[in-house]
Design a protein around this ligand. Structure first.
Ligand code: ADP
Length: 310
């Protein structure tokens, strides 16, 4: 096990930030901590990295208990949202920094790292001469320099514009695979977590509400919060039970009569809002061609598409 966290509690004054968080990260696994702002994601990372001490609970990295160990003695590296590169040092020296401090400087290793992140040839530049995306790559090379078995990433893509974010996310994933490093990534962006992770851990109010592979959590959300946080969801109540039904699981051509209230083109699909004969408004995603507003349609879904919520 790369990381084992058991029964973590942390409060700041009278604000409870974590209320009993337990999770495990396997060797080489890419895990995302996903939740709204203030749900406790960064607190978990800071406790694992050793910047703060938990009130209660246990943290082990690579099977070693971390209690009382300062950040620099822990077998992990952390990458922050603000890349925190040294402005007065060259790219090469930024990447070399941790290696020099550990007495392991090796120019070849630095060049290899810059190649790995697609920044070969940029060693002599200063951070100010790089774009945001390039600075992010250098920060990543620096974080990976000492081959940490575990890398903690706090919103690493948040400062990039939307176009660059998707490409850099794919790059992160490739690097994670190539280096075999375990990644724990904090994000509030559900699309990012779904796209990159082997496993998503969903947090709400300092507690884990659900965890699992992205496709599983998306298709089988445990609560209404999870269902709506991960994407568009219809919430149905039938027989006193609540269910989530994804818009793409509803097909045109079923037994339930409805009328199209509105339609929005999403590029790869259309999103319809339909008023059913029994007075419900359902969102329906269809690849098209889409019926017009006001058109009568018939809706249907397989019983297996209904995800029971607790
Ligand atoms: P997230 O990363 O999910 O946005 P955080 O872990 O940063 O959430 O914060 C969890 C809760 O703890 C929030 O209510 C936040 O305001 C509080 N908190 C975090 N760090 C501190 C701190 N240093 N002092 C006081 N409150 C804090």
């Amino acid at each position: 096990m790369s990381l084992l966290v058991e029964g973590l509690f942390k409060r700041f004054g009278d604000v409870p930030a974590l209320e009993g968080v337990s999770l495990a990260v396997a060797q080489g696994e890419f895990v995302s901590l996903l939740g709204r702002s203030g749900s406790g994601k960064s607190t978990i990372l800071r406790l694992v990295a050793g910047f703060e001490a938990p009130d209660a609970g246990r943290i082990a990295i690579e099977g070693r208990d971390m209690a009382g160990l300062p950040p620099q003695a822990r077998p992990c590296a952390m990458m922050f949202q603000s890349y925190a590169l040294f402005p007065h040092l060259s790219v090469h020296e930024n990447v070399a920094y941790g290696l020099r401090r550990a007495g392991q400087y090796d120019a070849g290793r630095v060049e290899e790292l810059l190649r790995l992140v697609g920044m070969a040839g940029y060693g002599a530049r200063r951070p100010a001469q790089l774009s945001g995306g390039q600075q992010q790559r250098v920060a990543l090379a620096r974080a990976l320099a000492r081959r940490p078995p575990l890398l903690l990433l706090d919103e690493p893509l948040a400062a990039l514009d939307a176009g660059l974010r998707a490409a850099t996310g794919a790059e992160l994933r490739r690097l994670q695979r190539e280096t075999g490093t375990s990644f724990v990534l904090v994000t509030h962006d559900q699309a990012e977590a779904l796209a990159l992770s082997d496993r998503i851990v969903l947090l709400e109010g300092g507690r884990i509400v659900q965890q699992g592979p992205p496709a599983e959590v998306y298709a089988r959300p445990a609560t209404r919060f999870v269902a709506e946080f991960l994407g568009a969801a219809n919430i149905l109540t039938e027989g006193g039970r609540e269910y989530a039904l994804r818009p793409e699981d509803i097909r045109l051509g079923g037994e339930l009569p409805a009328q199209v209230l509105s339609r929005q083109f999403r590029g790869e699909s259309w999103m319809l809002e339909c008023l059913t004969g029994d007075g419900r408004v359902l969102r329906v995603s269809t690849p098209g061609p889409a019926p017009m507003e006001g058109n009568a349609v018939m809706l249907g879904w397989p019983a297996t598409a209904l995800a029971p919520l607790s």
